[in-house]
Design a protein around this ligand. Structure first.
Ligand SMILES: [Zn+2]
Length: 293
């Protein structure tokens, strides 16, 4: 598997064109198709939140030297919109989300007036549909390698479809009434829709207000009523909210535990077992199945 973010600085190694991608997830996809034909550089490392990411001067240097830029789009890289637009005047800048919006808008989840949930990689089959956009841009960049690029795009597509089937098989092992993902992320809507898991977000719940307490009580009743075994929270949820939920469930005679860590908008660090897209998906699915079965 091609390494991520391992490219040298712009300007060196000039024989192979430089592709720059935003998130680790986008970078992985581009690297699968590019093979060794391009240098593929990731702007965002493990654990970086793309919603809040602001490009560093080093990133701007890489972007300016890039022959082509790939990004997720649909406002995922919210703070980079202006820069990406400017870069697009001088080189191809490819939005994978925009590709889906043109090709299969019915598969996108609307979140407002003309806006869509950007977390498209959590439906593995949908993510595989972005491959033609990557393939087309790379073939244009190095037409002499068209055959090899097309071959790698189809084998990546095959692998992603296999991964999609594996997700379905694994998640089907969770008893139907337990197929509820209570999570702090707002990232799992595509995942839930693709694999038949109800997603309940606990972001924005506040114990400060009456409404917040009512929300937590409602959540506790739902967890207890459906005998849900685990919830998935991370550091972004204040500890007292997590404790309020755990205490509430225990008091109702249904102790619930914390599920393991899920990766959402960034890959894991090297050696985490989630440092490629495929590994990240497998890690999440295994963690969810283990906690909810
Ligand atoms: Zn996100």
């Amino acid at each position: 598997m091609p390494g991520l973010g391992a490219s040298s600085l712009p300007g060196s190694n000039g024989d192979r064109p430089l592709c720059v991608a935003t998130t680790g997830i986008v970078t992985d996809l581009v690297a699968q198709v590019a093979g060794g034909e391009c240098r593929v550089h990731a702007l965002m490392g493990p654990g970086v939140d793309p919603h809040l990411y602001r490009p560093s001067p080093g990133d701007v240097a890489h972007l300016s030297a890039a022959a082509v830029v790939f990004y997720n789009g649909l406002h995922l890289e919210g703070k980079m919109a202006q820069l990406l637009r400017r870069l697009g005047r001088h080189r191809p800048v490819v939005s994978l989300g925009e590709h889906l919006r043109r090709r299969c808008p019915e598969r996108l989840i609307p979140v407002g007036e003309g806006e869509y949930d950007p977390h498209i990689w959590f439906d593995v089959e949908l993510w595989s549909r972005t491959l033609p956009a990557v393939e087309r841009a790379l073939v244009k960049l190095i037409p002499e390698q068209a055959q090899a690029l097309r071959r790698r795009a189809s084998s990546t597509s095959r692998r992603l479809r296999q991964l999609d089937r594996w997700c379905r098989e694994q998640l089907a092992r969770i008893p139907p009434r337990g197929r509820v993902l209570v999570t702090a992320h707002d990232a799992f809507r595509y995942f839930g829709r693709a694999y038949g898991i109800q997603v309940v977000g606990i972001q924005g719940v506040s114990t400060e207000s009456e409404a917040g307490i009512a929300d937590i009580n409602r959540l506790v009743r739902m967890i207890v009523g459906r005998r849900i075994k685990a919830i998935f929270v991370e550091s972004s949820v204040p500890e007292r909210h997590v404790h309020a939920i755990l205490d509430g469930c225990r008091a109702a005679g249904h102790p619930v535990r914390l599920g393991g860590q899920l990766y959402s908008d960034a890959l894991g660090p090297p050696g985490s077992g989630a440092d490629t897209y495929e590994q990240m998906v497998r890690h999440n699915v295994r963690t969810i199945v283990q906690a909810l079965s």
